[in-house]
Design a protein around this ligand. Structure first.
Ligand SMILES: [Zn+2]
Length: 120
């Protein structure tokens, strides 16, 4: 449950206070993925090893599959959308959601390695 909080709020997995990303807005294209090296609150290392977030591809991928599954059901079955339009729509939506998906993927990924610690 506490991990879910950290992921959805994009907070530090250890203290749940520091922000994982420097900028709140995922659509500030220039530095949307910029993360501090360490948590500003508890000093947890956010760059656990070089290239740490390459592994986050494994956590963003299931999110993409999940969104595609939901969209397929809604668009194809509920709205009976034409297949060509469906692919155009799904590509556009996934493209627009990309910054959010990457952020969530990274938040999940660091939560796999770092656990919540209550303040001493
Ligand atoms: Zn922290």
């Amino acid at each position: 449950m506490s991990k879910l909080y950290s992921v959805l709020r994009l907070k530090c997995p250890r203290c749940h206070k520091g922000d994982l990303f420097v900028h709140k807005n995922p659509y500030s294209f220039k530095n949307a993925m910029q993360m501090p090296d360490r948590c500003p609150v508890c000093n947890q290392d956010f760059q656990i090893e070089p290239g740490f977030y390459i592994g986050a591809l494994w956590t963003s991928f299931p999110i993409v599959i999940f969104i595609m599954a939901i969209l397929s059901i809604v668009l194809l079955i509920y709205f009976k959308m034409d297949l060509n339009w469906f692919f155009v729509t799904i590509t556009a939506i996934l493209f627009l959601l990309q910054p959010i998906i990457i952020r969530l993927g990274r938040a999940i990924w660091i939560n796999v390695f770092v656990d919540f610690e209550k303040e001493k």
